[in-house]
Ligand binder design. Structure first.
Ligand code: TYD
Ligand code: MG
Length: 439
C-alpha cells in the first residue's frame, strides 16, 4: 500500500518482519524446514567487542548515583518500588529538578495534578528548575509528547496509573502494566533516553503488577524504611550497570529528602555505660561498612514452647545459632524466651552478625555487659568455628574511626599490620570469642 489507511499519509509504511516464534524457540526444527529460516545474524568475537564505559548522566544526588552504579545510563530503564508515602515522588521530583538543569527532562505523573507537583516543588525549593511536567495517563500520549520534547530523562509516576489504548483492560491490571511498560522500555532503548518508572509495592512485598516488570528493566531499586523512622533506604536489588545490593541513605525532612553521606553509625545508640544484652556489629551494606547494635533479651519462659523472636535477622538463623550456642558454647536456652532486635529497624543481610548475636544472647543471660567500646563480626559454622567475612579490614577501620577500641574478629579477617588504636582479638572458635568477651 502506498497510502496509510490510518492517517492518510503517503509512503510512510515500513516493512516489519514478525519473528516467527516457534522457529526462534527451536533451532533444530528451524534447520529442518529451510522455508522458515531467517537470514543469518551478526556475530562478533568476544575480544573485539568494544567495552568503553557507558556514559552516565549524573543525577547530582550522590546517594542515588552510587546506588545506580555511577549515574543514569542513557537508554536504561530503572524501576523504583516502595510503599505508598515512602517518598518516591519526592525523591524523583528532587532528582529530576536537579537533572533538568543540565539535561532536558520530563516528569509525567498520573497520580497527582500539576498543581500538587508544583506545590511540592516549591516546598522542596526547586520550583525554578527548567523541568517539563505533564499530568497524563495515556502511554501513547506520553510517548508522542516525549517524541516531540526529546528529553534525556523521563519519569513515569507511576507505571500502575498509565494505560495503553491498545488494550481494553483497566489501568493497573497486569496486562496494562506490562504492555505500557513494554512500550516505554522499547522507546527508551530506541531513543537512548534514561527512563525511570515508579512502581507500587503490594503488601506481599512484590512490585504490584507482573513480576515480569522486574525482568523488563535494567535496574530495580527499592525505597524502604522502618515504620516511623525518618530514614529511607534505597536499595538496588538488580542492576545491569552496577553492583546489586548497593545502598543509598536519605532522611525525610520538612523540605524533602536529605542525603545521609556518612551513614555508618546513624543507627547506633551509644549507651552511657555498658549494658548487658547489647553487641555492636560491623555489618556491611553494599560496599559500605555499617555499625549496628544487636540487642538480645533472654528471659525465663512460662510457655511450653519458649518464644524465639528475631527482628532484623532471620528467624531460622536464630534457631540455628542457638543450637550452635548449646552445642559448642555449652549454653542451654531451651527454657528461655529469646528476643533479638537490630536497633534502628535495619535488617542484617549477611552472616557477619552471627557472632554478635550469640555474644548478645550470652551477655543477656549472664547479665554481663560486653567490654566497653567493643565491636564484633564473624560467621558461625555448625561446628562452632568462626568463619571469615568479606571486607574485614574495612570494617575494622570504620569501627576504629568511630572510636571503638576492641574487636573480636575471625582469625582470617585479622589485618596483618593491625589497626591504630584498636586491640584486635582474632578467634577461630566460638569458645575463644566468649573467653575474650566474658573473662
Ligand atoms: P511521596 O513522595 O508522595 O511518596 P510516594 O510517592 O512514595 O507515595 O511522599 C509523601 C510523604 O513524604 C508524605 O507523607 C509527606 C512526606 N514529605 C515530607 O515529610 N517532606 C517533604 O518535603 C515532602 C515533599 C514530603
Ligand atoms: Mg507518589
Amino acid at each position: 500500500m502506498g497510502q496509510c489507511p490510518e492517517c492518510g499519509e503517503w509512503n510512510t509504511l515500513e516493512e516489519h518482519i514478525e519473528p516467527a516464534r516457534n522457529v526462534a524457540a527451536n533451532p533444530v526444527t528451524a534447520a529442518r524446514s529451510p522455508g522458515l529460516a531467517a537470514s543469518a545474524g551478526e556475530v562478533s568475537a568476544l575480544a573485539e567487542v568494544s567495552t568503553a564505559p557507558e556514559p552516565r548522566l549524573s543525577t547530582s544526588v550522590d546517594e542515588l548515583d552510587r546506588v545506580l552504579g555511577g549515574g543514569l545510563v542513557p537508554g536504561s530503564v530503572v524501576l523504583i518500588g516502595g510503599d505508598p508515602g515512602i517518598g518516591k515522588s519526592t525523591l524523583l521530583l528532587q532528582t529530576l529538578a536537579a537533572l533538568s538543569r543540565h539535561y532536558p527532562s520530563l516528569y509525567a505523573t498520573g497520580e497527582e495534578s500539576l498543581q500538587q507537583v508544583a506545590l511540592r516543588a516549591r516546598r522542596l525549593g526547586v520550583a525554578d528548575a527548567p523541568l517539563q511536567l505533564m499530568a497524563e495517563t495515556s502511554v501513547e500520549t506520553i510517548l508522542a509528547t516525549a517524541q516531540q520534547l526529546r528529553p534525556e530523562a523521563l519519569v513515569i509516576d507511576s507505571i500502575q496509573t498509565v494505560h495503553s489504548a491498545a488494550l481494553s483492560s483497566a489501568p493497573g491490571s497486569v496486562s496494562q502494566v506490562r504492555d505500557s511498560a513494554a512500550q516505554l522500555v522499547r522507546w527508551a532503548k530506541e531513543t537512548g533516553t534514561a527512563l525511570i518508572l515508579v512502581g507500587h509495592v503490594t503488601k506481599e512485598g512484590a512490585i504490584a503488577g507482573p513480576r515480569v516488570l522486574e525482568h523488563m528493566v535494567d535496574t530495580v531499586l527499592y525505597f524502604e524504611s522502618d515504620q516511623g523512622s525518618r530514614y529511607r533506604l534505597l536499595r538496588a536489588v538488580k542492576n545491569r550497570f552496577g553492583a546489586a545490593n548497593e545502598l543509598g541513605l536519605f532522611a525525610m525532612t520538612e523540605d524533602g529528602l536529605r542525603q545521609v553521606r556518612n551513614p555508618s553509625a546513624i543507627f547506633l545508640s551509644r549507651h552511657e555505660c555498658a549494658v548487658s544484652g547489647s553487641a555492636i556489629v560491623v555489618s556491611r551494606e553494599g560496599s559500605r561498612p555499617l555499625l549496628l547494635e544487636v540487642q538480645a533479651l533472654v528471659a525465663d519462659s512460662s510457655l511450653a514452647q519458649p518464644r524465639r523472636v528475631a527482628v532484623g535477622i532471620e528467624q531460622s538463623r536464630l534457631s540455628l545459632l542457638l543450637a550452635v550456642l548449646q552445642r559448642h558454647g555449652g549454653v542451654v536456652t531451651a527454657g528461655e524466651d529469646v528476643f533479638i532486635n537490630v536497633v534502628g529497624g535495619v535488617r542484617i543481610h549477611e552472616t557477619a552478625g552471627d557472632l554478635p548475636v550469640l555474644a548478645a544472647v550470652l551477655s543477656s543471660m549472664r547479665n554481663r555487659p560486653l567490654p566497653m567500646n567493643s565491636v564484633l563480626f564473624g560467621e558461625l559454622g555448625l561446628a562452632g568455628e568462626v568463619r571469615p567475612v568479606p571486607g574485614g579490614e574495612e570494617r575494622l577501620a570504620e569501627a576504629a574511626k568511630h572510636g571503638f577500641t576492641l574487636a573480636v574478629v575471625p582469625e582470617k579477617n585479622a589485618p596483618r599490620k593491625g589497626i591504630k588504636g584498636m586491640e584486635i582479638h582474632p578467634v577461630r572458635r566460638l569458645e575463644q570469642a566468649f573467653e575474650v568477651l566474658f573473662s
